[in-house]
Design a protein around this ligand. Structure first.
Ligand SMILES: Cc1cc2nc3c(=O)[nH]c(=O)nc-3n(C[C@H](O)[C@H](O)[C@H](O)COP(=O)(O)OP(=O)(O)OC[C@H]3O[C@@H](n4cnc5c(N)ncnc54)[C@H](O)[C@@H]3O)c2cc1C
Length: 379
């Protein structure tokens, strides 16, 4: 049977090829870049030159499409994450950090920031999480107060990707029960970055301290009280792309395991033909293809209508990131002690797979939300 029914349209295959070419050109750089906690200038320059970040902003601001297209972002992330988590994150965050601006920011603010974000001249970030608040974002304590022509933002955002390198933060803050997004340029007085945590797979990550930061009133993104709606729009567009990255990472791990187990023999037989190893490898392959099928189904649905297909995006995110976790763990196992060597590709992938099941909606939080929908839909 032909795969034609399931092939991506040519436009997306062209994008995949562009992303693969970029990632391959940076493969040697990945080992070093992926251990950094600040942005690698070489990768940034190469990504900017590729023009791929243009996918993250609307065409009227110099971007590559009318709207940000979840399928395009997913297809690109699959290729980038197969080579470098650092490269993938740098690409993804321009969309995740900048998307709400394209939807709801004042025209002058859009004009100021979206062009630079789409060219990677400005780095974007999204500040939701706080030291005491992760999944339960309604409990945030960062405040937003209007004072004449200005907004005052006060609080601390924690575990923020691109903190320290970002030029602009989109921050969730509250005034009583009203939650809003506000744009905070990184050079605003009162903004400071601290790096209290380092995680198992280094990431450009830090806490953003907002000490009575004042920004002009037009830096409110969308209307007051629209914070959660704008966040939902962002998640609906980008959640499925995490699944794309997870599929790319899992396949990269499987390639490593196949290379190692075909090249090494024990008991006079290549590992790839020994005992349970072939079945483990074939199971990995099967699970990756299942994850990929769901990922692209969800991404195609999100490209048509992100909100109506958020349940599929959540399933794809859970399915693909959990698959990546299982796959990379099995790959380490079949590589024996060589799977544990610090600095090896498989060891890096093993560490990089782990946070995917926690950020942008942990597996349990997404399953909980899906379970609630399931009851509504099926009863
Ligand atoms: C690499 C990385 C990058 C990140 N980048 C950003 C960023 O750029 N911006 C940003 O704002 N944040 C960022 N985060 C933070 C991330 O969004 C949070 O880690 C995530 O929302 C989970 O919150 P938490 O870690 O506080 O876990 P908690 O909310 O404390 O939850 C811990 C665990 O409890 C379980 N749990 C919690 N609530 C429920 C529930 N209702 N039902 C079932 N189980 C539940 C889940 O298993 C969850 O994993 C990043 C995190 C990482 C690891």
């Amino acid at each position: 049977m032909s795969d034609a029914l399931f092939d991506l349209p040519e436009r997306y295959r062209t994008l995949q090829a562009e992303a693969r070419e970029l990632a391959e050109s940076l493969r040697e750089r990945a080992a070093e870049a992926d251990e950094r906690d600040d942005v690698d200038p070489h990768m940034r320059a190469a990504l900017a030159k590729s023009g791929l970040v243009g996918l993250m902003v609307p065409a009227r601001f110099g971007g590559r499409a009318e709207l940000v297209d979840s399928l395009a972002v997913t297809a690109v992330r699959e290729q980038l994450a197969a080579v470098s988590a650092h490269l993938d994150s740098l690409f993804a965050m321009q969309g995740i950090g900048g998307y709400a601006l394209g939807v709801g920011a004042a025209p002058a603010v859009q004009e100021r920031w979206l062009g630079p974000i789409g060219r990677l001249d400005a780095i974007a970030a999204l500040g939701l999480t706080e030291p005491d608040v992760g999944s339960d974002l309604r409990a945030i304590t960062t405040t937003l107060t209007r004072d004449g022509d200005e907004l005052v933002v006060d609080g601390r955002k924690s575990f923020i990707t691109n903190a320290g390198d970002a030029d602009v933060y989109t921050v969730l803050a509250r005034a009583g029960d009203e939650y809003s997004l506000v744009l905070v340029p990184a050079d605003t007085p009162g903004v400071a970055v601290e790096r209290p945590h380092q995680i198992i797979a280094p990431h450009v990550l830090g806490d953003v301290v907002l000490d009575r930061v004042r920004v002009p009133a037009d830096h409110l993104v969308g209307a007051a009280g629209e914070g959660f709606a704008l966040m939902l729009a962002t998640l609906a567009t980008f959640r499925v792309s995490v699944a794309g990255a997870a599929v790319g990472l899992a396949e990269a791990a499987l390639r490593e395991a196949v290379r190692h187990t075909t090249g090494r023999s024990q008991f006079g037989t290549p590992l790839a033909r020994l005992g349970p190893v072939p079945a483990l490898l074939a199971t990995c392959w099967t699970e990756i293809e299942m994850a990929r099928a769901l990922t692209y189904r969800a991404a195609a649905a999100a490209a048509r209508d992100p909100r109506a297909s958020l349940h599929l995006s959540s399933m794809a995110k859970v399915g693909a990131t959990e698959t990546a976790g299982r796959v990379v763990d099995r790959c380490v196992q079949v590589m024996g002690r060589f799977g544990l060597v610090r600095g090896s590709v498989i060891e890096r992938l093993y560490r990089e797979a782990r946070p995917m099941r926690i950020y942008e909606g942990s597996t349990e939080v997404l399953l909980d939300a899906l379970a609630k929908q399931l009851v509504k839909r099926f009863s």
